[in-house]
Design a protein. Structure first.
Length: 222
């Protein structure tokens, strides 16, 4: 049973990554009618929201490395998203701008996630190790500590979901209101962002499945 749960968790993760990469590869070949690249769209949405102090920078970290950096207060776009005028580029750019707007408006879940962040970082580095040490050694206290750390990771991933969904919702509204996409292009942008959202859902579910697997292994050991 533990093996089946593990395979489901791994399979779910790979499936989600396949979906988002496939969607990105497809929609990166579909140009927008107004031919604005991701950098231009991001800049115009930020300016429309009064966020003139948020720079839009080109990142060199490769495909799908796009992100908003709250410490530097910068929107960082991968080269293709920054330079190209595809559905994928404007959708991803608008999504990252959505995160910048969330921080500017002090979106409630941002504060909650930031509170959990230090514990999530520690748990991400140590949780699995502690849980397996407890499992192998037979010390229940160590095992439950590791399990608690893994639950922190799951909680962090769960809180991330509404943040990502809201950023995508904002992206679609801003793309439409700004005239950056027409009705058909909006549907394509929504498909692109929905595929990206699946990676966050899959990561959360996979973590829960891995926790369940550890519990099964612990019960079997007893």
């Amino acid at each position: 049973m533990e093996t089946i749960v593990y395979l489901i968790a791994i399979g779910l993760t790979f499936w989600a990554q396949y979906k988002v990469k496939g969607a990105y590869l497809h929609f990166s070949t579909v140009p927008t009618n107004n031919r604005m690249n991701g950098a231009t769209v991001a800049r115009r949405i930020l300016d429309a929201k009064g966020l003139y102090d948020v720079p839009v920078q080109m990142s060199q970290n490769g495909v799908l490395s796009d992100h908003f950096d709250p410490k530097a207060n910068t929107v960082n776009l991968s080269p293709k998203v920054y330079n190209e005028s595809s559905i994928a580029s404007v959708a991803v750019a608008a999504h990252e701008v959505g995160h910048a707007i969330q921080y500017a408006e002090k979106y409630s879940f941002i504060g909650l996630r930031n509170t959990l962040l230090p514990m999530a970082i520690i748990s991400g580095h140590m949780g699995w190790i502690v849980a397996f040490i407890g499992l192998i050694s037979g010390f229940d206290a160590i095992f439950y500590l590791g399990l608690a750390m893994l639950m922190v990771i799951a909680a962090f991933q769960f809180i991330t979901l509404p943040i990502e969904f809201d950023a995508s919702k904002r992206a679609l509204v801003n793309l439409e209101e700004g005239g950056f996409v027409d009705l058909d292009e909006r549907a394509d942008a929504k498909s692109m962002l929905s595929a990206a959202a699946m990676t966050y859902i899959a990561a959360f579910v996979a973590t829960l499945l891995q926790i369940y697997r550890l519990v099964l292994m612990s019960n079997r050991r007893r």
